[in-house]
Write a protein of this length. Structure first.
Length: 368
């Protein structure tokens, strides 16, 4: 039994962070006082995993230097292109924000230095692994595209580790809530555990590519934009549908590890790009998703990609100049997409096209 699903002993400390024994707190007969929402956010932050280098196990003996805050979206190249006075609009989920905005996450200005960071690698491996991406011009090589994908996998693996660490706390805090909420929490915790398992399996495959330097195993499509694309993102996920809402893989059977894609919206060489990539050994669903994007009229692609990014990842960062210039309808659509976490409509049906009409496609190419 995993630590997150371990039964809490009556004399154990309550996971809510009160410092009391479970039997005198949420495990007691009387309903405990509801914690202040600020305390809940603080407790969740305390439950984040201990930082560790996510380099392949075969490289762990080379680790040195502290675990640094790695940018999943490059600070200088990507965030620097869209920032205003060193800030970007990001969504940083917190219970306080949900309480203050009727259960919705809202974009907030965040320093680019903090945006998209996660404690993923020691200083040595962050430099060693990603130098061909960070310290040399972007030339669209399979090696560089793999590194973008690898960092997305590592970042989402860390996020999944955080989510599973929060499981016991969520379950404890729901003890005195209605049964339907407890059922939802149990399902959420189970889904988080499955997601972590799947990402660990995929990370092992990406580790092997890194160890063998078999960069050609990474493939995908690369879209180059004319001008600056206003949303930068790094994510990994298992798609069940393509852009047109057509099923491309089933996700209900938890005994099977679903195929995964990585998504990167980034800037390099003063240009903006969108990279959808995957491993060739994991290609059926990703190819169908890529084909659905490439089948769109070129003028529609920027808006569809913008919607797609906001729908599938909380690790999105928006240009303040672009977001502040949107009419209320555009801002409302962006917020709707950010908060549409469970019933995702196809991105094509809720396109940001009207708000990205000045962004054109320069080229679309295959990475191989």
């Amino acid at each position: 039994m995993s630590q997150n699903n371990r039964k809490i002993g009556r004399n154990d400390k309550c996971p809510c962070g009160s410092g009391k024994k479970f039997k005198h707190c949420h495990g007691g007969v009387n309903e405990p006082r509801k914690p202040h929402i600020g305390q809940a956010d603080k407790r969740l932050s305390q439950l984040t995993p201990k930082p560790q280098c996510l380099a392949p196990s075969s490289m762990k003996n080379e680790c040195h230097g502290k675990i640094i805050d790695s940018h999943s979206v490059s600070r200088s190249g990507s965030l620097g292109m869209i920032s205003r006075e060193g800030h970007v609009y990001s969504t940083k989920p917190s219970i306080i924000d949900l309480e203050n905005h009727d259960g919705n996450f809202q974009p907030k200005l965040l320093g680019a230095k903090r945006a998209s960071t996660f404690p993923g690698f020691c200083a040595h491996h962050d430099k060693l692994i990603f130098s061909p991406l960070e310290d040399t011009p972007f030339v669209r090589s399979a090696h560089q595209c793999f590194l973008l994908s690898y960092r997305s996998i590592a970042r989402d693996l860390y996020a999944a580790q955080c989510a599973t660490r929060h499981a016991a706390y969520r379950k404890t805090m729901s003890i005195n809530l209605p049964e339907e909420i407890q059922t939802y929490i149990n399902r959420r915790n189970h889904a988080d555990a499955i997601k972590l398992r799947d990402l660990e399996r995929h990370k092992e495959k990406y580790d092997r590519v890194l160890e063998t330097k078999n960069w050609e195993e990474c493939t995908g499509i690369l879209v180059e934009f004319e001008g600056t694309f206003p949303i930068q993102c790094s994510a990994a996920y298992s798609p069940s549908q393509d852009i047109n809402n057509i099923e491309i893989q089933k996700l209900g059977d938890t005994s099977i590890t679903p195929e995964i894609v990585t998504i990167n919206s980034f800037s390099a060489n003063r240009k903006s790009y969108f990279l959808l990539s995957w491993l060739k050994s994991n290609s059926s669903a990703p190819e169908k998703l890529a084909n659905s994007i490439m089948s769109l009229d070129k003028e529609r692609i920027p808006g569809v990609i913008g919607s797609y990014l906001l729908l599938i990842s909380e690790n999105c960062h928006m240009s303040p100049d672009w977001y502040d210039s949107l009419p209320s309808s555009g801002k409302n659509l962006a917020i709707r997409l950010i908060n549409d976490l469970y019933s995702k409509p196809p991105a094509r049906s809720v396109s940001m096209e009207s708000y990205m009409s000045d962004i054109k496609i320069s080229s679309i190419s295959m990475i191989s």
